[in-house]
Write a protein that binds this ligand. Structure first.
Ligand SMILES: NC(=O)c1ccc[n+]([C@@H]2O[C@H](COP(=O)([O-])OP(=O)(O)OC[C@H]3O[C@@H](n4cnc5c(N)ncnc54)[C@H](OP(=O)(O)O)[C@@H]3O)[C@@H](O)[C@H]2O)c1
Length: 299
């Protein structure tokens, strides 16, 4: 297959590029900077610019582009987080709608933040939109892909949870403090974290490409979300250090502002119902075993 990936330079996109290429697909990438490699195209979504021409054909398009959310949220930063995703999706969908031959599928990024803070309640793809900034971002991000749906392109919204691998995302940020014995639970540690191993996330995206019946929201999370205290213990065990330094909620808010409440302290307990019902098999559903395995490989 010919597959276009937007946001292919990021943590998930670069691993996806490699794994899909390894599986024999021809990968094209779309990014804001020239890459010096063949099959790379440039775009500037905020300016509405895209270098692709309408005679190209892709079987699948995967859009993961957007400003990273892991920073202190100022009003300007929140605007970048939201607008980068909406603009990228709009520009891409406009291009897809003008193509002589549309792709079979558009897999558009979204996030489990769609559901807001769910406490101990388990949510699935049918659950309602939640409250808060990340829910608003996911809502607008998904809505921006509507023109592709209207054009008749099978469109999937990947409501992604915490993608776990030492090469990036949340785990890469936690590794240094935990390896120094300076890790600990966040707040009271009772909030749920819906996670997925990077390898399962990549396999699930490939599965979504191949399964023509899948469209609409798909939760990209493993079947067993864990409480933050369990995550903390599992990571401490995997790095063989104590986790004695809890981060009180007040301190987290002081350092990270609003981001602390929505991304670090919110409880999001998500069930991957669509993937499970479609027959996807997760390889990594035990967090401790997965952390031990992937961190051992790093040594
Ligand atoms: N990692 C996770 O645990 C996780 C969880 C939930 C949701 N997600 C979502 O999944 C997507 C991929 O995650 P990731 O961890 O791979 O993110 P990442 O490492 O931050 O990469 C995001 C990519 O988006 C592009 N990008 C950044 N700012 C942009 C802008 N202003 N306009 C257009 N493109 C921009 C960048 O590509 P170029 O610089 O090459 O243009 C970058 O490669 C993100 O949208 C993220 O919100 C990730």
């Amino acid at each position: 297959m010919k597959i276009l990936i937007a946001g292919a330079s990021g943590f998930i996109g670069s691993a996806l590029n490699q794994s899909l290429a390894h599986a024999g697909h021809t990968i094209y990438t779309l990014g804001r900077q020239p890459s010096g490699t063949a099959r790379h195209f440039c775009w500037q979504p905020r300016e509405g610019k895209i270098e692709l021409d309408t005679t190209l054909h892709f079987d699948a398009v995967i859009n993961l582009a957007g400003e990273n959310i892991a920073s202190r949220w100022t009003a300007a930063r929140k605007d970048e987080i939201l607008q980068s995703r909406v603009a990228a999706t709009q520009v891409l969908c406009q291009y897809l709608c003008e193509l002589e031959r549309a792709p079979e599928v558009l897999i558009n990024g979204s996030a489990m933040g769609y559901y807001g803070d769910t406490g101990d309640v388990v949510v699935n793809e049918q659950s309602a939109l939640g409250q808060g900034f990340l829910a608003e971002v996911a809502q607008h991000w998904e809505a921006a892909a509507r023109p592709a749906q209207e054009r008749g392109i099978r469109t999937v919204f990947l409501r992604t949870g915490l993608v776990i691998h030492p090469s990036g995302g949340a785990l890469a940020k936690m590794l240094l403090p935990f390896s120094l014995g300076l890790g600990g639970k966040m707040g009271n540690g009772q909030h749920f974290m819906s996670w997925i191993s990077l390898a399962d996330a990549l396999r699930a995206i490939d599965f979504v490409i191949q399964h023509l019946s899948l469209s609409g929201p798909v939760n990209l999370v493993a079947p067993h979300p864990v409480r933050n205290i369990e995550f903390t213990r599992a990571l401490a065990t995997a790095v063989r250090r104590p986790a004695m330094l809890p981060m009180p909620a007040k301190l987290a808010r002081c350092i990270f502002g609003e981001m602390a409440d929505e991304a670090l302290l919110a409880s999001i307990r998500v069930d991957p119902q669509v993937l499970l019902q479609a027959g996807f098999k997760f390889n990594d559903d035990d967090l401790l075993a997965y952390l031990q395995r992937c961190l051992r490989k790093q040594e």
